[in-house]
Design a binder for this molecule. Sequence first.
Ligand code: NAP
Ligand code: F7E
Length: 327
Amino acid sequence: MANDKPRALITGLTGQDGSYLAELLLEQGYDVYGVVRRSSTETYDRINHFKEKISFVQADLTDQVSMIDAIDEVRPSEVYNLAAQSFVPTSWKQPILTGDVTALGATRVLESIRVVDKKIKFYQASSSEMFGKVQEVPQTETTSFYPRSPYGVAKAYAHWITVNYRESYDMFACSGILFNHESPRRGLEFVTRKVTDGVARIKLGVAKELRLGNLDAQRDWGYALDYVRAMWLMLQQDTADDYVISSSEMHTVREMCEIAFARVDLDMNDHVVVDERFYRPAEVQELLGDCSKAKKNLGWEPKVSFKALIEMMVDADMDRVKAEIRT
Ligand code: NAP
Ligand code: F7E
C-alpha cells in the first residue's frame, strides 16, 4: 500500500528549532527527514530521545549537489530551511562563512527545489536581526530592514531570495520573521541559556560568578516550541506569505537575570560580573515584534510567558547540572 503520509525535510534538524519542529511534525503524522552534516563529533543531543522515529540524509548547505541529492532522494512535500551559522558574534569573526551558509545556503535549497520539483513548499527561517537599527517600533512584515551584523545581512539576503523565488517561479515559499525564541534546548552561548546554566552552576556550587556583556540590551523573547508551530502553520495556508512571530514584549538582559537568580533564591548582584569582551561591535535597539498578521491569518498565539520560560529553563538546567555532578 502506498504511504500517503505528508513528508517533511528539515535542514538544521540538530539545532534547537529543528528538534522541536521534528517532534511537532511527527505528532502531526508526517514522515520526518533531517539533513545532517558530517562532523568529527555528533551533535545529536537534542534529538537522541526520538531519533529512531526519523530518517537522516547527509548533506551540507555549502554543497549544492548534496542538497539537490537530498531533496531528490526524499521527495518531500515541505522543506523547512532552519540551518544557519546562527550566533551573531561569530558572524563578525567569520563573515564569509556566515554569508555562505546563512545567505547562499538558502539559495542552494531553493535552487534544489526548483530543479527537483517546484511544487515542494518551502519555509525560510528569517530573523528579527534583519530589522537591526530599527526603522519603526514595533516591527511588522512591512518594516524596512537595517541589519547591524553580518548575520543580519545574510538573513536579509536569504529573506529576499525567498520572496524572489516565490515571485519568479511561483513557488510556495514563506519566510517567518522570528524574534528571539528560547528553551531548555537553546545553545549555551546564547544569553538566556548562558544565564540559566550559570545560575544552576552557581546554586549547585560548581561556579561562583557569571560574566556577561550589556545588561541593558533588550529583546522580544518567546518560547521555541510555540514558534515552531507558527512555521508549520505558514505552510498549511492556501497562499505563501511572510509573517512576524514574536511575543510583542521587550525585556532587558538584567530583568531576565533577576528572574533566573530569584528562581533559586539568589541575588544577581552577588554573582554577575560585566565583562566588555561580551559587548558587540554594533548592537540592535528596540527589537519589538507586532505579530497581529500571524494572529489573524494563522490563528497563532504565544502560550508561554517570559517569566515562565526563564523559570522553565532554570529548572531544566538545575536537573541537568545535578545529574552531571552525580556522574
Ligand atoms: P541553531 O540551534 O544554531 O541550529 C543551527 C542548525 O544549523 C544546526 O542543526 C546546525 O547543524 C545546522 N547547520 C549549520 N551549518 C550547516 C551547514 N553548513 N549545513 C547544514 N546544516 C548546518 O539554531 P536555532 O536557534 O535552532 O535556529 C534555527 C534557525 O532559525 C536558524 O536559521 C536561525 O538563524 C534562525 N533564527 C533563530 C532564532 C532564535 O531565536 N532561535 C530567531 C530567528 C531566526 P550542526 O548540529 O551540525 O552544527
Ligand atoms: O543575545 C546581550 C547581547 O546571543 C541577546 C539568535 O538566535 O536571536 C538570537 O540572536 C542579547 C544581545 O541572541 C551577553 O548583546 C549580554 O543584545 O542571546 P543572544 P541574539 O544576538 O539576539 C536572533 C533573533 C537570531 O536570529 C539569532 O540567530 O543579549 N548579551 N551579555 C549577551 N549575549 C550573549 N550571547 N552573551 C552574553 O554574555
